[in-house]
Ligand binder design. Structure first.
Ligand code: PLP
Length: 359
């Protein structure tokens, strides 16, 4: 068996130990005589799985008791609609547009009320995070929506944006569990799990309890946070297997030191890559230094043909999925929690050799 280093932005690498455990438990989970894939979500065995998964997630993210954790489906993109449906009480919400996903979220919210873009970094192809201050937020806005880590452009908020006493909503799809966050600063956090936590199919929502119950009348049951919270994410069949794998990933992260340790590892990995890129004459990072993401490292040579050659040769060397998003071109190395340091070291070695051969 030879595993490659997969730099995909998502779905992405999972810890090998987790995959091994999934394989070992595939035919007979814990003496049940069946796979978790085959199990009724209403069975006692599965009930224990989902409860333990939530408990471990709460421990890992230090989620206070006055927040609900929801295990949903539909991806982060479904939350672009669910957020305004549930939280636009008076019909106004402010959006920061810092990349393609936040722009989509903003567009979707416009269908349900008065969504306003209060800051954007589109002028420079989202190479930075537009900073906001409380006075930029409309007085009667129900919430402010941000995308905490911009997967496509490789930028992230250096700190939690200050929105005064407004409810802050964050799409954390590509950075959740990469470092500690103070959950109490947010009213709602959501994330597609397929980047840093699990296989595709699971979307996690963390929502402050007092925000529940304000959904628009016509909100589909499946998108109602209140209904889902009341049903403990079991209104219908949840994404059972993805939840089980997420649970294993949470245990893996806890065993390896929790989010402080994840942060340290992630900082080290990102520094390896950025330090080399900054010293390189061939490669250039595209995001402004202050806003660089630890998870998605975007870079270019400045020559589209050379970028293409780089990706092709890297692929052949077992460094996979380095092509940048089609909207920006160049390269993107996604180095989530499960990417080992050796993967980044191999990538840097390869880049050095490529630079020497193509200078
Ligand atoms: C991937 C991603 C999305 C879209 O996620 P889906 O689960 O595919 O809908 C949204 N926001 C961010 C920040 C992402 O990285």
């Amino acid at each position: 068996m030879s595993r490659i280093y997969n730099f995909s932005a998502g779905p992405s690498m999972l810890p090998v130990e987790v995959l091994e455990q999934c394989a070992a438990e595939m035919l007979d989970y814990n003496g049940s005589g069946m796979s978790v894939m085959e199990m009724s979500h209403r069975s006692p065995v599965y009930d224990a799985i989902i409860k333990e998964t939530e408990a471990d997630f709460r421990k890992l993210m230090n989620i206070p008791d006055n927040y609900k954790v929801l295990f949903l489906q539909g991806g982060a993109s479904t939350q672009f609609a669910a957020v305004p449906l549930n939280l636009m009480k008076t019909g106004k919400a402010d959006y920061v547009v810092s990349g393609q996903f936040s722009k989509k979220a903003y567009k979707e919210a416009q269908k349900y009320g008065d969504a306003k873009c209060i800051a954007s970094s589109e002028d420079r192809t989202y190479a930075y995070i537009p900073e906001i201050t409380p006075d930029m937020v409309r007085e009667d806005a129900d919430y402010v929506h941000v995308c905490y880590n911009n997967t496509i452009f490789g930028t992230k908020y250096p700190e939690v944006p200050n929105v005064g006493d407004k409810v802050l909503v964050a799409d954390m799809s590509s950075c959740i569990t990469s470092e500690p966050v103070d959950v109490t600063k947010f009213g709602c956090i959501y994330a597609g799990a397929q980047k840093n936590m699990a296989p595709a199919g699971l979307t996690v929502v963390i929502i402050r309890e007092d925000l529940l119950g304000a959904e628009k009348e016509f909100t589909p049951v499946m998108l109602s946070y209140k209904e889902m919270a009341e049903a403990d994410s079991m209104y219908n069949t949840p994404p059972c297997y993805a939840i089980y794998v997420a649970g294993l990933v949470y245990k893996w992260a806890l065993k390896n030191g929790g989010l402080e340790a994840m942060k340290k590892r992630n900082e080290e990995k990102a520094a390896l890559l950025y330090d080399y890129i900054d010293s390189s004459k061939l490669f250039k990072a595209t995001a402004d230094k202050k806003y660089r993401s630890m998870m998605n490292v975007c870079f270019v040579t400045g020559d589209a043909d050379l970028d293409k050659k780089f990706c092709k040769e890297a692929e052949a060397a077992g460094l996979s999925n380095l092509k940048g998003h089609r909207s920006v071109g160049g390269m993107r190395a996604s180095i989530y929690n499960a990417m080992p340091k050796e993967g980044v070291e191999k990538l840097v070695e390869f880049m050095k050799a490529f630079e020497a051969a193509n200078a």
